[in-house]
Design a protein around this ligand. Structure first.
Ligand code: BGC
Length: 359
C-alpha cells in the first residue's frame, strides 16, 4: 500500500513538473507563434549592445506571442540583404531592422513593400527607402549634445581662458546616427573652436575626417596613434577627446595608454559597454551615455503589436528624421548621462548588469 501511495505521489509529482515546465516555457517565451512571425535583423555580434538589443527583442516579442527570426550579419551588407530577403520569403509579417549601412537596403525593402510587409527601422534610420513605416531609436542628437556639454562643463569653457587641445572621433559614415551624434556635439563645441578656445591640433574637424569605419575600435586606435605621434609626442597636453561611442573611446584609450604620457584627457562615450564602464571606474573614460536597450525593445514590441492589430503605433516625433523619401514617424527614447558617480544606480540597481560583470 505504502509503495502504491509512493508511486502515485511520484507520478503526480512528475506530471506537475512537466506541466510547470510547459507553463514556464510558454511564459518565458518559447513563442507559441500565434501572433505571427517577426524578422529581426541586427548588424553584428561584435559590439556588445547589439547582442543585448537582439536578445531583448527576441525575449519580449516571444513573450508577446510572436515567433522571431533573429539574424546577425557580421557587419556585412550583402549578408544583411540576403537575411532580409529570407525573412520576406519565409513569411515574416513585420521586419525590424538595425541596418549596417542605411543606404543599402532600398532594393530589398522594395520587395517588402510589394508584399505589404511593414518595416521598423531600429536604432539606425534606413535611408532613401519609402518602405520604412516607423523608426524607433534614442534621441541621437541629444546624445551628441550631452557629450559636447560634458566637455564644455568639465573644461569650464564658458569661463576659462584656455586654449585647450581637443581631438574628435565619430562613427561610421554609413550610419545616419553618426551625423546626429557628431552634429549634436559640434553644435556645442564649434563656437569654442571658432574662437580659438578649443584647438584641434591634428586639424581634422570635418565629419569625413573624423569618421570611424564600422565604429571599429582598432581603426579608432590607429588613427589616434597617428595623431599622437604627429601632435602630442613632444609633451603637448591633450585636454579632451570627443568620442561618439564606447567602441571608439576604447580605441582612443588603448592608444593613449600606449603612446601618451601627459595628463589624462576627458574622454566621452556612449552605450555603457562593460569594457567602458570598467574604464570609467578606473578613471580612464570620463562618461558614457546609457541607452537602456530594454526600453527600446519594449517600444518596438508596442509598435509591432499596434501594426499587427492594424492600429497606429506610438510615436513622439514627426519632424526630425527625414530619410530622403519624407519624414518617418519616430519614437525617440531618452538617453541618460552616466559616469562613475551614478553607474551603480543606473546599471546595477536597475538589473542591467550584475556587480560581478563590472569587476
Ligand atoms: C548606435 C550606437 C552604437 C554604434 C556602434 C550606433 O548606430 O546608436 O549606440 O554605439 O551604432 O554600433
Amino acid at each position: 500500500m505504502k509503495k502504491k501511495i509512493l508511486a502515485l505521489l511520484l507520478a503526480t509529482l512528475m506530471v506537475m513538473t512537466m506541466l510547470a515546465g510547459c507553463g514556464k516555457k510558454s511564459d518565458s517565451g518559447s513563442g507559441d507563434g500565434k501572433g505571427g512571425k517577426v524578422g529581426v535583423a541586427m548588424p553584428t555580434k561584435d559590439l556588445q549592445r547589439w547582442n543585448q538589443d537582439g536578445a531583448n527583442m527576441k525575449e519580449q516579442l516571444e513573450k508577446a506571442g510572436y515567433t522571431v527570426d533573429l539574424q546577425y550579419a557580421s557587419n556585412d551588407i550583402a549578408t544583411q540583404v540576403s537575411q532580409i530577403e529570407n525573412m520576406i520569403s519565409s513569411g515574416c509579417e513585420v521586419l525590424v531592422i538595425a541596418s549596417i549601412d542605411g543606404d543599402s537596403l532600398g532594393t530589398v525593402l522594395a520587395q517588402a513593400k510589394e508584399k505589404n510587409i511593414p518595416v521598423i527601422a531600429y536604432d539606425r534610420l534606413i535611408m532613401n527607402s519609402d518602405a520604412v513605416t516607423y523608426y524607433a531609436t534614442f534621441d541621437n542628437y541629444m546624445v551628441g549634445t550631452k557629450q559636447g556639454e560634458y566637455i564644455e562643463e568639465k573644461l569650464d569653457l564658458k569661463n576659462a581662458a584656455g586654449p585647450f587641445n581637443i581631438e574628435l572621433v565619430t562613427g561610421d559614415p554609413g550610419d545616419n546616427n553618426a551625423r546626429f551624434f557628431f552634429g549634436g556635439a559640434m553644435d556645442v563645441l564649434q563656437p569654442y573652436i571658432d574662437s580659438g578656445k578649443l584647438v584641434v591640433k591634428s586639424g581634422q574637424t570635418s565629419f569625413e575626417e573624423v569618421a570611424t569605419a564600422n565604429w571599429s575600435t582598432e581603426t579608432a586606435q590607429s588613427r589616434m596613434d597617428a595623431i599622437i605621434s604627429a601632435n602630442y609626442a613632444d609633451g603637448t597636453v591633450l585636454d579632451a577627446v570627443l568620442c561618439s561611442n564606447d567602441s571608439t573611446a576604447l580605441g582612443v584609450t588603448n592608444s593613449l595608454e600606449a603612446n601618451y604620457t601627459g595628463a589624462w584627457p576627458i574622454i566621452t562615450g556612449q552605450d555603457c559597454d562593460i569594457a567602458s564602464v570598467k574604464n570609467m571606474i578606473a578613471g580612464k573614460q570620463s562618461m558614457s551615455i546609457f541607452k537602456d536597450t530594454r526600453t527600446l525593445a519594449s517600444k518596438v514590441v508596442e509598435m509591432v503589436d499596434a501594426i499587427m492589430q492594424g492600429k497606429e503605433a506610438p510615436i513622439n516625433d514627426k519632424e526630425t528624421y527625414d530619410n530622403g523619401t519624407g519624414i518617418i514617424p519616430s519614437y525617440l527614447c531618452e538617453p541618460v548621462f552616466a559616469d562613475v558617480n551614478n553607474y551603480k544606480e543606473l546599471l546595477i540597481d536597475s538589473g542591467y548588469y550584475t556587480e560581478d560583470q563590472l569587476k
